[in-house]
Design a protein around this ligand. Structure first.
Ligand code: ARG
Length: 461
């Protein structure tokens, strides 16, 4: 029997019921619905709707239900209740009889679902933060191991300047640090309880909503009942956190796919995270990374979908809003899975130092060094840039690296060039010179690793 049967003389068409019911996905809110219901039962004592005795009976039954749901969440799906709120109420009535029917006094499913979903987000966010922190830790560990692996850094996917694999790892570490801080911002903003807002206009019982909020561990209660039951900003914020986080992971994946290609050969992925081809026996495909790169699509799709669903919705609750859950659950599950997979990929990745170093030496990645060298000798940078451009054209024609040109050859472009240029053109010097904060110099990378380790040990913040 639906919660709202009284006004109806005909049963719902089975096809409508299937279309309308949300239990098959909102069963994930069971724990939150029960915990919210316990708090609500206490509020009902304060306004004399329930006696202490009745409340205790309800609380005990709800706690039993909570334990049973934790033990076997799949049991919920064996039921044809409309949604998780109906299911919890039905189970409660099954346990305590008519007393269970009092629980919904002064409450609506509108403030209830808003509360449940916020409580769910509040438990989910810390799990995501843990997964991000595992990957941050793995990036720092990988950086620490590969501080001397020099490789080309790219802009426009053209070799630009040498970097180290460690510096590359730490770039992703920074992105993921911001992902954590974004989640914490979202968490702070959503930490406001909608319970006690009723259907839309507020509850008609003089409930202390602030106290009710604190029982549920919310930091405060919402200011406006219309807003409280209509607000799903936090869903969209979380989806946007997930989209940005996934965008980071997709870049991470794409970089590694390139580094792992036959053409680059900078890294080798382990057999544990690659798959073979059914036709071509030689192949070892980076499926783990391709899936990470690909899954960003469904997460951004979830964000776009939610924004479009909510755009132009009149206040207050509309059933359209039931469409918030599946994309949210899917996007956060996907993000979590991709974080775990990215961590696994790094776990036993091999770096081919020789291949990295050879490539770093090619592509005139030290051309900026030569320009800076000329600047140090008193030539204005613009002019120096032009001279080096000409040197590069010459070197390409000779199929030589800059450091392979003789001093006589170099002097034809600028007589200021001397024997000391060769030290400047070495990879070591290219790296060491970039010692300002955040640069690729080994000393900077080392201190970045120390700082990251300290931050991670302070609870990952
Ligand atoms: N299943 C609904 C949802 O997810 C619960 C709220 C129902 N409220 C209502 N007035 N029908 O949004």
């Amino acid at each position: 029997m639906a919660l709202w049967g009284g006004r109806f003389s005909q049963a719902a068409d089975q096809r409508f019921k299937q279309f309308n019911d949300s239990l098959r996905f909102d069963y994930r809110l069971a724990e939150q619905d029960i915990i919210g219901s316990i708090a609500w039962s206490k509020a009902l004592v304060s306004v004399h709707v329930l006696s202490e005795q009745e409340q205790q009976t309800l609380e005990q039954a709800l706690n039993e239900l909570l334990a049973s749901v934790r033990h076997d969440p799949a049991q919920i799906l064996q039921n044809d209740a409309e949604d998780i709120h109906s299911w919890v109420e039905q189970q409660l009535i099954g346990k305590v009889g008519d007393l269970g029917k009092k629980l919904h006094t002064g409450r609506s499913r509108n403030d209830q679902v808003a509360t449940d979903l916020k409580l769910w987000c509040k438990t989910e966010i810390p799990y995501l933060v843990i997964a991000i922190n595992h990957l941050r830790q793995m990036l720092v560990d990988t950086a620490e191991k590969h501080q001397s692996a020099v490789m080309p850094g790219y802009t426009h996917l053209q070799r630009a300047q040498p970097i180290t694999f460690a510096h590359w790892c730490l770039a992703y570490y920074e992105m993921l640090t911001r992902d954590v801080s974004r989640l914490n911002d979202t968490l702070n903003r959503l930490d406001v309880s909608p319970l006690g807002c009723g259907a839309l206009a507020g509850t008609s019982y003089p409930i202390d909503r602030q106290q009710l909020a604190s029982w549920l561990d919310f930091s405060s209660a919402t200011n406006n009942s219309l807003d409280a039951v209509s607000d799903r900003d936090y869903v969209m914020e979380l989806l946007s956190d997930a989209s940005i986080g996934m965008m980071h992971l997709s870049r991470f994946a794409e970089d590694l796919i390139i580094f792992n290609s036959g053409e680059a050969g900078f890294v080798e992925l382990s057999d544990r995270v690659t798959s073979g081809s059914s036709l071509m026996p030689q192949k070892k495909n980076p499926d783990s990374l391709e899936l990470i790169r690909g899954k960003v699509g469904r997460v951004v799709g979830a964000l776009t979908g939610a924004l479009v669903t909510f755009k132009g919705l009149p206040l207050a609750y509309n059933k359209d809003m039931q469409e918030d859950k599946e994309p949210l659950f899917d996007a956060l599950d996907t993000w979590h899975a991709c974080l775990d997979m990215a961590t696994l990929v790094l776990e036993d990745i091999k770096i081919n130092d020789t291949k990295c170093q050879e490539s770093a030496k090619q592509g005139y990645a030290n051309a900026t060094e030569l320009a800076d060298y000329l600047v140090a000798k008193g030539i204005p940078f613009r002019e120096a840039h032009h001279i080096v451009g000409e040197v590069v054209v010459y070197a390409i024609a000779k199929q030589k690296a800059l450091e392979e040109l003789t001093l006589a050859e170099l002097k034809t472009f600028s007589p200021t060039i001397d024997e000391d240029v060769y030290v400047i053109l070495s990879l070591e010097s290219c790296l060491a010179k970039r010692s300002a904060k955040g640069g690729v110099a080994p000393s900077q990378v080392k201190s970045a690793i120390i700082k990251a380790k300290q931050d991670l040990s302070k609870n990952g913040r």
